[in-house]
Design a protein around this ligand. Structure first.
Ligand code: GTP
Ligand code: MG
Length: 247
């Protein structure tokens, strides 16, 4: 057996380092952002039945049109045009899936859902879309978490509340839920804190965070949540009921 030990005299002295915990934390964040940066397009599904059945945890980004869903996905994954910011908001009726995972392995999926509430969309299309989304949120078996993007200057609208009603039972059964208050750069510190405390009351069992794509605010916290949601071991004895479809 050959040994490759260098002579002791050649061993360099270790440079002094910051506190070990700081280093570990910084490395952990670097790893998380590296993980998010692996995001790549998986598929687009115009209808629910076109969505492939997957066995990796999925996180859905939902919210009003123009809330900043596509921008937040691009910011979190540090990619310029992974999710398209549509020129005609509310027109896309497709669910876009993005895979995450190193070395080409997929260990999680992000779903970019079309926004709702855009005034120019015909009523019929609005109702159809609401039903598709409700069905997705209720029946998608690998759905692990929902990120509801909300412009804090508008607060939760009627349609956001309707969505909350749909997912509330699943949140009680362990579905992870985050209200992400976007465009925080448009608020003063006091306004942002007020919006955050309101959202904390509204998120019933979930979480609420401030986020700004422009100022890169909230990225670390969201990255940590997304990782935890998709990688934490399910609680022992946690038996899932078959989800029931809406009509
Ligand atoms: N100031 C500021 N503007 C933002 C931020 N995030 C998004 N925006 C802007 O908000 C607008 C809408 O952003 P999108 O990401 O396209 O919104 P969306 O929720 O995907 O909208 P739909 O695709 O229509 O559902 C764009 O003009 C963005 O540049 C932010 O953090 N700060
Ligand atoms: Mg979008």
């Amino acid at each position: 057996m050959t040994h490759h030990h260098k002579p002791a005299s050649a061993a360099p002295r270790r440079p002094s380092r910051p506190a070990a915990t700081d280093t570990a934390h910084a490395q952990e964040l670097k790893r998380l952002h590296g993980w998010l940066h692996t995001a790549r397009f998986l598929t687009t599904a115009p209808q629910l039945e076109h969505l492939p059945a997957l066995d990796v945890p999925e996180i859905a980004f939902v919210g009003r049109s123009n809330a900043g869903k596509s921008t937040s996905i691009n910011t979190l994954t540090q990619q310029k045009r992974l999710a398209f910011a549509s020129k005609t908001p509310g027109r896309t009726q497709s669910i876009n899936l993005f895979s995450l995972g190193k070395q080409g392995e997929t260990d999680a999926v992000l779903a970019d859902l079309p926004g709702y509430g855009y005034a120019a969309v015909p009523q019929e299309a609005k109702i159809r879309w609401q039903r598709v989304m409700a069905n997705y949120l209720v029946t998608r078996e690998n759905l692990k978490g929902v990120v509801l993007l909300c412009d804090p200057r508008l607060g939760l609208t009627e349609l956001d509340e309707a969505l909350l009603d749909v997912i509330r039972p699943r949140v009680q059964e362990g579905l992870k839920f985050l209200i992400l208050l976007t465009k925080a750069d448009k608020l003063t510190h006091a306004e942002a804190q007020k919006a955050l405390s309101i959202a904390r009351l509204q998120c019933g069992g979930g979480e609420a965070r401030l986020f700004s794509a422009l100022k890169k605010q909230g990225l670390d916290e969201v990255a940590q949540l997304l990782w935890q949601w998709t990688h934490e071991a399910p609680a022992a004895g946690d038996v899932e009921d078959e989800p029931e479809a809406l009509d």
